[in-house]
Every structure is written in structure tokens, then in C-alpha cells.
Design a protein around this ligand. Structure first.
Ligand code: C2E
Ligand code: CA
Ligand code: CA
Length: 730
């Protein structure tokens, strides 16, 4: 358990951070999905592009084969459908011409590299290769495809077809071959078909030829292979029967894959950047979430924290107590609660101001925090009220130690802002064995014990006892009975005569309330007045006494009537007006009324007191400072507030003759009062000596059992009558 300040987070109210996380996750998923889609699309595109390229290459390669065959066709046509050739072959038999025009072209031209001239019966009359004659048997040189080609030409000669081209295997490899009958430039045979001479041209698909093709048709790595490859795209080289003689293969350009590879780094970079941005967003988001959580935690801590001291506030204490009780129950120990109320804090606050009061609270907080056990929960639950709670095995010992520490702490005066403030502490203690009481009851008991400590002013901590509850019960019953008495006008008012010190004649009375409580007898006002104050009955009680006193006193000429006023009555803002209204209703002269006030009211609320006093005095009432000499008895009040009379408390009178100091004090007080022109009444005179002494000191009015106890109104009337209504002027 922490010393102070709420600091627990429940796991429930984190909706905002959760939302932020969810949004981020969804965002991340969208980006990841988008990235995946883009990559898939790109790779699909690459695949499509590759496929298209393959198709294009196949078409181009096939086109190249067709073109080379077509070229051969044109060349064959040029060289055989030629009048000069027909003349040289059929008419002149000019071997020389033929060699020059056909043979040597096999060396120079690019159209063909091999040449055969055949007679009608198939015999070779001339053959050239690469520009030189060469002798080979035609049937040895060409493969079967040639025979098919030749046969197809010869079979179609009747329909006017004089030349054929096709791919043929030769002893030197694969070649595009053209075979044609030598004929006129117009295309017709100049000799009978049986005597026709044939020219055969061949162009081999050599490496240079293939390279040239590759260049012209833009096919990388074009190669001729002997058989169709199983796993590559190819263009088959077929003879005119459709048999596959070989195939062109090439390097796949794979432009899609290549482009894909080229753009991939950029795409990767893009994705990386997006990823980084996302990461940054995530970090940022987490920061926000953390901030929100911290804010929430701070807000929750703040809600349980007292701002001035930084300790738990009442709500924080409540939570801490619940935990402490639970811990005590679980560990078979006791929960201990010490309620601490500063004494004289109000005086410091009133005298030095709130800023000093605040500093005093801080100073006390710091001091106590230092001496309290670290595991104790420490709270400030009101202006000057603190609470200390802890779990322990031995509550009596722990309490004694803490009490001792606190008492010695307060024994030293505190220096606050250069001023010395001497405050004390009243402590009430309650123990909850094994946490059985529950926090509310524990608080109630410690609070009650603290009030008892405050009332007894013993300066020691008071443990809660069941008797306190009984006492409280008794007070509650008394309050009920008192309320009943007020409701039924069952209270009585007696009057204690006041005498002139010189003439010893009756000059006034003090109204004193009496209550004969049924079943209990007379209850002293010292007992029931505080109960009336605590239970909100003092206003009605005071009003009853005043009305009664004014009614009774109406029959008595000129003597003054003193009425005790509780500070709480003056707190009621309507008091001045209602008192004025009452006195008007009774048609009683306000000048004959003395309102007796104790200094407590002036200490607590000097400004309000001054204001109320002035208002009452303006309406003719006189104000006496009652019970002087019993409490703080600051002569400063005499000067500051302009009282009309001072009443010396009987506790001081009873000391006369016993201690020297009492006489000195009395003399000094009366002297001071007369210096301010304030007359002094001495009350509680029980002996002739006291009467003489206080008269000699300068008290002008005397009151006490020596002269008379409080008596009924009727007795006052008969005394006055006996005296022939002689009295001293007030
Ligand atoms: P107090 O204002 O000091 O009233 C004088 C008290 O001293 C009275 O006690 C009176 O009976 C007592 N007394 C007078 N002469 C002597 C004496 O020679 N020896 C002794 N031992 N006592 C003497 P009481 O009537 O019991 O009143 C006690 C206190 O209760 C009063 O003290 C006053 O503070 C309060 N009180 C009484 N009546 C009222 C009232 O109507 N309203 C308010 N607010 N307070 C009242
Ligand atoms: Ca009095
Ligand atoms: Ca008194």
C-alpha cells in the first residue's frame, strides 16, 4: 500500500486507447493488403508481358523461316526464269556462262551457297559450293526431304509450276533449298518437259546466316537445334511434307520479369517507406495511447488525491481502507485507523491567513509522512483532518509508537513562513480485527474517538470504545427530548439578579434557561446547550429564552436583562433582524437588553462578528463579553470590538485569595477595561470578601450566589415589590 495518492488502474475504462489501437491495426491491414495486391498485380503483369514476348518471338522466328524460304523462292525465280539462262542451257550449252552466272555466285552472293544443275534424267551436270566446283553425288548430298521436294515439283510441272522451295537436310546441315526448271523470262518452258534442265540452289542455315536472322528479326540468342526442345519455346523447321527437321530456339527476353525486377527495388523502397510511415504512425499512436492512459491514470489518481498535500483524499482513503481491510482479513491481522485533527489550526488560519494555513498543512504532512511507517496509507480528509491506516499484528503497540511519534512532533512549534505556529493534534483510533468492521464503520469509530479526544483535550490518542456509542446514543435521546421540550414550551427561564457594587441594589438580571427533563430531573445548561447547538436546536431555544425574558421583564421597571447568546445563533444571518423584530413585538426597549457573547465567536469569525455586533448596537442592544478569564481571554478583543460590558468569569473569581496571580489579573483586566470605558461585572461572587475585593478592584456590578441564586420571574417581581420598586439605575 502506498503512503499516499491513489495509484491503481482498473483494466476496464480503456476504450479510447483500444479504439486507437484498432484503427491502427485496421490501417496496417489495409496497407499490408494493398501492398500485397500491388505486388501480385505487378507479377501478373510481368507474367503476361513475358507470355506475350514468347508469343511474339515464336511468331517472329516462324516469320523469319517463312521469309528465308520466300527469299529463296525469289532468288530461284530470278535465276531460272531468265532468257539468257535458257539460251545458255538449252541452246548454246554454254558451260562457261552457267559457271559465271550460277556457280561463282555460290561464293559471292548471300542468296545461296550451293548450286546443282541437273539434266532432265536427274544427272548432275554441274555443282558448286561456296564459289568452287565440288563433286558429290546429289543423292548423297541431300537427304530424303529433297527427293520429296523434287517429286512434288515434277508432279506439279503439268499445272505450270516450275519451281519449289523447302527446307532440306544436307550433308552440311539444314538448308533452305529451291529447285526450278530453267525457262524463259516469261516463265514458260522453251523445251519439252522431258528435256528440261533443273537448277538447285541451297542456302545453309549456318551460324552467320542465323546471326543475320537474329539481328534482322530481333531475336536474342537465336540458335538452330536438331530436335524440338521439350521446355522451351521454338519455331520448328519443317520440310514440305511437314516433318520436323530441326528447330529455332532463342533466349527468352522475359521483358515482364525483367521490368518487374527493375521496378522491384523501387516498389520495395516504396513499401519500406510506407512501412516506415506506418511504423512511425504506430509509434505515434502508441505514444498517444500511452498518453491517454497516463492522462486517465493521472485523472483517476487526481480524483483520489488531495491537491494541497498530495495525500489521499477521502475517496482515496476509502479505497485504501477497503484494501487494508481485505489484507487484514486475508493475513489474519488487524486494520488500524488513526483519525487526527489539528488543534488550533483555525486560529492560525484566522490569524495569519490561508496561505500560512496551507503551508502549515504542507509542513505537517511532510513531518508526519517522515515519521509514519512506509506501508501506512496517509490521507487528508478535511481542512485540518488527517487519517493514517495500516495493517498490523499488534495494533496497541503500533498505535502507542505512532502516537508517541506524533505527540513529540507537535510538541515542537512549527516555523511557517517565518512565523511560529503552535498546533496540537487530537487523535482517535479504531481497530478492525481481521478486517471485520468494514471501512465505513472503521471510519465512523475513529471519527467518534477523535471527537472524544478533542472534547477531553487530553492531548492523548483515544481508542474507540463501545461506551462512546452508548454516549452518542444517550446524546441523541437527549436531543430528541430537548426538541420535544422546545416544541412544548417545557423549558423554564430563571433570572439571577445582578447588583450595583456601590449601592448593593438590584440593577439587572441574567436570564438562565432551565430544563427539567422528564425521568431525569434538572439537566444543567452546560450539558444541554452544546447538544442544542450540535442538533440545530439552539436558534429556537435562544428565541424561546429571549421571548420569555422580554415578556417577564416587561413588568420590571428599568432594570437590565442579560441574555446569553450562543455563537451559533449569531452565525444565522437572520439573527439580527429576527431579534429586532422580537423586541419590537414585545415593545421592550432595546437599551435594557444586554446580549452576552463569548469570545469563541470573535476568534473564529472576527469580520462577521464585528459586522453583527455593529448592527445589534445600532439597534440599541448592548453587548457584553461573557466568561472573560476562562478561555484565551485576549484583552485585544476589548479594544478591537467595542464591547459595552465585560463579564469576569466565575472561575477567575473563585481563584481569588487562592493565588496571587488571580488578583493581579483581575486588577489589570478591570484597569484596562476602564481605560476603554468598559464597565465590568464580576460573576460567581460567593463571599462577602470576594464582593469587597472585586468592588475595590473597580467592578461596578456584582452577581453570584452570595447575593442570589437564579430565581423565578415571580420572585424577581416580589423582590422588586418588597424593595418598593427601588433599584439602582442600570
Ligand atoms: P454563564 O453565562 O456563565 O452563566 C452563569 C452561570 O453561573 C449560571 O449557571 C449560574 O447559575 C452560575 N452561577 C452564578 N453565580 C454563581 C456562583 O456564585 N457560584 C457558582 N458555582 N455558579 C454560579 P447555569 O445556569 O448552570 O448556566 C451555565 C451556562 O449555560 C451559562 O454560563 C451559559 O453559558 C449557559 N446558559 C445558560 N442559559 C443559557 C441560555 O439561555 N442561552 C445560552 N446560549 N446559554 C445559556
Ligand atoms: Ca452569561
Ligand atoms: Ca460565566
Amino acid at each position: 500500500m502506498a503512503l499516499s495518492g491513489g495509484n491503481k488502474i482498473g483494466g476496464t475504462r480503456l476504450r479510447a486507447p483500444l479504439m486507437v489501437s484498432l484503427v491502427l491495426i485496421v490501417f496496417a491491414a489495409i496497407v499490408a493488403g494493398g501492398t500485397g495486391l500491388i505486388l501480385t498485380a505487378l507479377s501478373n503483369m510481368a507474367f503476361r508481358a513475358d507470355l506475350l514476348d514468347v508469343q511474339r518471338a515464336e511468331q517472329t522466328a516462324s516469320g523469319a523461316l517463312a521469309a528465308i524460304e520466300q527469299q529463296m523462292g525469289s532468288a530461284v525465280s530470278d535465276y531460272t526464269s531468265w532468257d539468257d539462262a535458257a539460251k545458255a542451257v538449252y541452246v548454246d550449252h554454254d558451260r562457261d556462262w552457267i559457271e559465271k552466272n550460277y556457280g561463282i555466285f555460290t561464293g559471292a552472293g548471300t542468296l545461296f551457297d550451293t548450286y546443282f544443275l541437273l539434266t532432265a534424267d536427274g544427272a548432275t551436270t554441274m555443282s558448286y559450293k561456296d564459289g568452287s566446283p565440288f563433286s558429290v553425288r546429289l543423292s548423297d548430298y541431300f537427304g530424303q526431304s529433297f527427293e520429296a521436294l523434287e517429286a512434288s515439283l515434277k508432279s506439279e510441272m503439268g499445272q505450270g509450276t516450275y519451281q519449289k522451295t523447302g527446307f532440306v537436310e544436307t550433308a552440311d546441315g539444314l538448308a533452305v533449298v529451291g529447285i526450278a526448271a530453267v525457262r524463259s523470262s516469261q516463265g514458260g518452258l522453251t523445251v519439252p518437259r522431258e528435256s528440261a534442265v533443273y537448277a538447285v540452289f541451297a542456302r545453309h542455315l549456318t551460324a552467320p546466316v542465323i546471326r543475320q536472322l537474329a539481328r534482322n528479326y530481333v531475336i536474342d540468342g537465336l540458335q538452330l537445334v536438331s530436335s524440338v526442345p521439350p521446355d522451351k519455346s521454338f519455331a520448328a523447321v519443317r520440310n514440305n511434307k511437314g516433318d520436323v527437321l530441326g528447330a529455332f530456339v532463342w533466349d527468352l527476353r522475359a521483358p515482364g520479369t525483367r521490368s518487374f525486377r527493375e521496378v522491384l527495388p523501387a516498389v520495395c523502397w516504396g513499401i519500406a517507406v510506407i512501412g516506415l510511415v506506418l511504423l512511425a504512425l504506430l509509434v505515434f499512436g502508441i505514444g498517444i495511447v500511452r498518453g491517454l492512459m497516463a492522462d486517465e491514470k493521472a485523472a483517476r489518481t487526481l480524483a483520489k488525491q488531495d491537491l494541497l498535500s498530495g495525500l489521499f483524499n477521502r475517496a482515496g482513503l476509502h479505497d485504501a481502507l477497503v484494501e487494508i481491510e481485505a489484507e487484514a482479513a486475508a493475513s489474519d491481522q488487524s486494520a488500524l485507523l488513526i483519525y487526527l485533527d489539528l488543534d488550533r489550526f483555525k486560529e492560525v488560519n484566522d490569524a495569519y491567513g490561508h496561505a500560512v494555513g496551507d503551508q502549515l498543512i504542507k509542513g505537517v504532512t511532510a513531518g508526519l509522512r517522515h515519521l509514519l511507517p512506509k506501508e501506512a496509507a496517509f490521507a487528508r480528509i478535511g481542512g485540518d483532518e488527517f487519517a493514517i491506516a495500516l495493517v498490523c499484528k499488534d495494533p496497541e503497540e503500533r498505535c502507542a509508537a505512532i502516537e508517541q511519534a506524533i505527540i513529540s512532533f507537535f510538541r515542537e512549534p512549527l516555523i511557517i513562513a517565518g512565523r511560529v505556529a503552535s498546533v496540537g493534534a487530537s487523535m482517535g483510533i479504531a481497530v478492525s480485527p481481521r478486517g471485520v468492521l468494514g471501512s465505513a464503520e472503521l471510519l465512523r469509530r475513529a471519527d467518534m474517538a477523535m471527537y472524544r479526544a478533542k472534547a477531553t483535550r487530553s492531548g492523548r490518542a483515544v481508542f474507540y470504545t463501545a461506551a462512546m456509542d452508548e454516549d452518542r446514543q444517550a446524546r441523541m435521546e437527549m436531543a430528541n427530548d430537548l426538541r420535544h421540550a422546545i416544541d412544548n414550551d417545557a423549558l423554564k427561564v430563571l433570572y439571577q439578579p445582578v447588583f450595583d457594587a456601590h449601592t448593593r441594589l438590584l440593577c439587572g438580571v441574567e436570564a438562565l434557561v432551565r430544563w427539567n427533563r422528564p425521568g431525569h430531573g434538572l439537566v444543567p445548561p452546560d450539558i444541554f446547550i452544546p447538544i442544542a447547538e450540535d442538533n440545530g436546536l439552539i436558534g429556537r431555544l435562544g428565541e424561546f429564552v429571549m421571548r420569555q425574558a422580554l415578556e417577564d421583564a416587561a413588568a420590571w421597571p428599568r432594570i437590565s436583562v442579560a441574555i446569553n447568546i450562543s455563537p451559533l445563533q449569531l452565525h444565522d444571518i437572520s439573527f439580527v433582524n429576527s431579534t429586532a423584530a422580537l423586541i419590537e413585538a414585545c415593545r421592550f426597549p432595546a437599551e435594557r437588553v444586554i446580549l452576552e457573547l463569548t469570545e469563541g465567536f470573535f476568534i473564529r469569525n472576527p469580520d462577521r462578528a464585528k459586522q453583527s455586533m455593529a448592527q445589534l448596537q445600532r439597534r440599541g442592544f448592548r453587548i457584553a463579553l461573557d466568561d472573560f478569564g476562562s478561555g484565551f481571554s485576549s484583552v485585544g478583543y476589548l479594544r478591537e470590538f467595542g464591547f459595552d460590558r465585560l463579564k469576569i468569569d466565575r472561575s477567575l473569581i473563585s481563584e481569588l485569595g487562592k493565588t496571587l496571580k488571580a488578583g493581579e489579573l483581575l486588577k489589570a483586566t478591570v484597569a484596562l477595561a476602564s481605560s476603554f470605558d468598559i464597565p465590568v461585572t464580576a460573576e460567581g461572587i460567593e463571599t462577602e470578601e470576594q464582593a469587597e475585593y472585586v468592588s475595590a478592584c473597580g467592578c461596578d456590578e456584582l452577581q453570584g450566589f452570595f447575593f442570589s441564586k437564579p430565581v423565578s420571574a415571580a420572585e424577581i417581581s416580589s423582590v422588586l415589590q418588597e424593595a418598593g420598586w427601588t433599584f439602582s439605575a442600570a
